[in-house]
Design a binder for this molecule. Structure first.
Ligand code: ZN
Length: 382
C-alpha cells in the first residue's frame, strides 16, 4: 500500500499568486530573506493581496542563506509577539524552511532543534496555518515535509522531517522568479535535477514519484539553459518552477541518496551553495551507483541517450552550460583545508539519513574516494 505525501492545496502558473486571496483569517506573519523579496516587488504584491482580504500582516525580514537555529528562534519570538493565524514563507528555500521551523517553535515554544531533528515535532496547526510562495526553483520545499537548519558552531546542516510542514497552500508562480540572479538560477535548477535523479534511483519504489521525477528531469534539461540565458522569460521560468515542485514531490515520496549526503557536508563545512555542491557530486554519484542499479539508463533515454555514463556526462554538459564549476578545487577550497576535513565529512555523509535510501550501499571509504574525485574533477571508476 502506498500513501502519497503532498502539499494540501497548490496552484501553479503565471499569476497563481492571486490565489492567496482565498485564505481566511486575521493576521499573517510573512517570513522573507534579506533583500530580494523587497527589491523584486514580490513582498509588495503579497501585502497588497492581504490588504485586499483584510488580513493584517507583519514581516519578519532577514533570513540568511542556510538559516541558523538562532534565526529560527528570533522568528518564533516575533510570531509569539504578533500571534499570526497564517504564516507565509516567501522567497528562496531558506526563507520557507526557516518559516516552517519558526512555525513549529511558535506553536510549541519549548521545542529544541535536537527534538525536531529526532522527529519529535508535535502536531502543528493549533495556532496557525502555512503558505509557501517560492521565488527560486530548486528545493521544492513548497511540497516537502522538510526544513534544513544549520548549526553554525558545529558547521552541520540538520534536516528536520515533519509531515505537518507540508503547506496548506503552495503557490508556484513563475513570474516571481524573473529577477532571480543567474548563478542562483543555475545552482537551484541543478538542485531540482538532483532531487529528481536521486528520487528516481532511490531504493524506494513508487510509480507516482517516478513519473514526477522523470517529468522534472525532462523539464530541467529542456529549460535550465534558457532560464539562465533569458531570465525574464516567464514561460521558461514557470517550467523550471514546475520542475522544482515535481522534484520536491518525487523526493518527498521516494527520498534521496548520497549526492545529498555528500553535498550537505560540503555546504556545512565550506559554505558551498547546496545546488552547486549537488551539481558537482551528482555525475560521480551516478557513475558509482550505476554498478548497483540500471535506473539511470531510463533517465538517459529522456535526453536521447542510452547509458548511465551518457547520463552522467549529460549532467556535466548541462552544468558547463550554466557555468557551474566541475570540481570543489575550482570553488577555491584549499587542498589542505579539504584534506583536514575529509575524514569527518566522509563519516558524517555516511551517517546522513539520505545515505539509507541510496541504491548502492556505500562504505565510509567509498564516500571518501568519491569526495576526493569530486575535489579533483576526476571521474569515479569503482
Ligand atoms: Zn537538495
Amino acid at each position: 500500500m502506498g500513501k502519497l505525501v503532498r502539499t494540501n492545496e497548490m496552484f501553479h502558473g503565471a499569476n497563481s499568486l492571486s490565489e492567496l486571496k482565498g485564505i481566511k483569517g486575521n493576521k499573517a506573519v510573512i517570513v522573507i530573506g534579506k533583500e530580494s523579496a523587497k527589491s523584486s516587488g514580490s513582498l509588495k504584491r503579497v501585502q497588497a493581496i492581504l490588504d485586499e482580504i483584510n488580513i493584517k500582516h507583519e514581516v519578519f525580514c532577514g533570513v540568511e542563506p542556510d538559516p541558523s537555529i538562532e534565526t529560527v528562534m528570533k522568528g518564533a519570538e516575533f510570531m509569539l509577539q504578533h500571534k499570526p493565524d497564517w504564516i507565509i514563507g516567501l522567497g528562496g528555500c531558506s526563507s520557507i524552511d526557516a518559516a516552517k521551523t519558526m512555525w513549529a517553535v511558535y506553536e510549541h515554544p519549548e521545542l529544541t532543534l535536537e527534538v525536531m531533528v529526532q522527529g519529535g515535532t508535535p502536531p502543528l496547526r493549533n495556532k496557525a496555518r502555512f503558505v509557501a510562495i517560492p521565488t527560486t526553483s530548486g528545493t521544492g520545499t513548497e511540497t516537502t515535509p522538510l526544513s534544513v537548519i544549520t548549526d553554525r558552531a558545529k558547521g552541520v546542516k540538520y534536516p528536520i522531517v515533519c509531515y505537518d510542514f507540508l503547506p496548506d497552500l503552495s503557490l508556484v508562480d513563475g513570474e516571481l522568479c524573473t529577477t532571480l540572479p543567474v548563478n542562483i538560477t543555475a545552482n537551484t535548477g541543478l538542485d531540482a535535477l538532483t532531487h529528481s535523479v536521486e528520487a528516481y534511483a532511490s531504493n524506494i519504489d513508487d510509480n507516482y514519484a517516478d513519473a514526477f521525477a522523470k517529468g522534472s528531469v525532462s523539464l530541467v534539461f529542456d529549460n535550465l539553459e534558457n532560464a539562465y540565458n533569458n531570465p525574464s522569460d516567464v514561460n521558461t521560468r514557470q517550467k523550471m518552477h514546475d520542475a522544482s515542485f515535481l522534484g520536491g514531490y518525487a523526493f518527498a515520496n521516494s527520498w534521496l541518496g548520497i549526492a545529498h549526503s555528500l553535498a550537505h557536508q560540503v555546504g556545512g563545512m565550506f559554505g558551498i551553495p547546496h545546488g552547486r555542491a549537488n551539481a558537482i557530486v551528482l555525475p560521480n554519484v551516478v557513475r558509482y551507483n550505476s554498478k548497483s542499479t540500471d535506473r539511470y539508463s531510463d533517465l538517459a533515454k529522456l535526453i536521447g541517450k542510452e547509458t548511465a555514463e551518457d547520463f552522467a556526462s549529460g549532467i556535466e554538459i548541462l552544468r558547463d552550460k550554466v557555468n557551474v564549476p566541475a570540481s570543489f578545487k575550482e570553488c577555491n577550497i584549499s587542498e589542505k583545508e579539504w584534506n583536514d576535513k575529509l575524514k569527518a565529512m566522509s563519516q558524517n555523509a555516511f551517517d546522513d539519513v539520505c545515505t539509507s535510501f541510496n541504491p548502492r550501499v556505500p562504505t565510509v571509504e567509498d564516500l571518501e574516494k568519491i569526495f576526493t574525485d569530486c575535489y579533483n574533477g576526476a571521474k569515479v571508476s569503482f
